[in-house]
Design a binder for this molecule. Structure first.
Ligand SMILES: [Fe+2]
Length: 237
């Protein structure tokens, strides 16, 4: 029961604050004005259960990735020439981005490009290992698929704080395993990412808490090697 004037006012204040909070939330999640757009997930949030839980997927896509897109759009709002370029082009040539927004493009553009690839290379029902030319190249470069898995897991485990571990193609079209901090992408060092493992805590904390190793073991179970193998073939033709 709200019996005193103070309690009533306090309750009203809380309600007003909650309302303001929801308005703020709506503003944060409103569709971005563009030019960059959050790509929809090609599968349901719970499609990767039990390895990656639905709540993590929803927050990761609808909040974290959405925020990178929104912030990238804000960064380029006064730069129409930049806004016309694909985000990958901006990241490949960060020196062409004006210094005043270079860090924002690096962080939020990186976040946008990195997550776009991340969603594409996951599926519970996809190919469980590389096929075709990529399978051969992985055996040649890393000894075996199993050895590759160990090496990229080690790279992902070794990322201090937030970042990514990548399988990428270097300038000579050779496979390489590279870690990057924050939302940095191999694109910015002249490489082309094929597979990215997000080791920011937002990718796993709800289900795995601080057990990054458990998340990495689960992540290997949901990598879909079909699009990765296909992309490798296209890029090395
Ligand atoms: Fe992420």
């Amino acid at each position: 029961m709200l019996t005193t004037r103070r309690q009533v006012l306090s309750a009203l204040g809380a309600a007003a604050a909650a309302h303001l909070g929801s308005v703020r939330l709506a503003a944060q999640t409103a569709a971005p004005a563009g030019p960059f757009v959050l790509p929809p997930l090609a599968y349901a949030f719970d499609a990767l259960e039990p390895y990656i839980d639905a709540q993590t997927m929803q927050l990761h896509h609808d909040r974290h990735h959405a925020a990178y897109v929104d912030n990238l759009n804000k960064a380029v709002a006064n730069f129409p020439d930049l806004a016309k370029r694909p985000v990958e082009d901006l990241l490949r040539d960060l020196n062409s981005v004006p210094e005043t927004i270079r860090t924002a493009v690096r962080n939020h553009g990186g976040g946008h490009a990195n997550h776009t690839l991340y969603w594409q290379i996951m599926s519970k029902d996809g190919a469980k290992q590389p096929v075709g030319e990529l399978a051969k190249a992985i055996d040649q470069r890393f000894g075996s698929f199993s050895s590759f898995q160990d090496q990229i897991t080690r790279a992902a485990t070794g990322v201090f704080g937030s970042g990514w571990a990548w399988l990428s193609l270097d300038q000579n079209k050779q496979l390489a395993i590279v870690p990057t901090p924050n939302q940095d992408t191999p694109l910015s060092t002249g490489q082309t990412p094929l597979l990215g493992i997000d080791v920011w805590e937002h990718a796993y904390y709800l289900k795995y808490q601080n057990r990054r190793a458990d998340y990495l073991a689960a992540f290997h179970k949901v990598i879909n090697w079909d699009p990765i193998s296909e992309r490798y073939s296209q890029l090395t033709k």
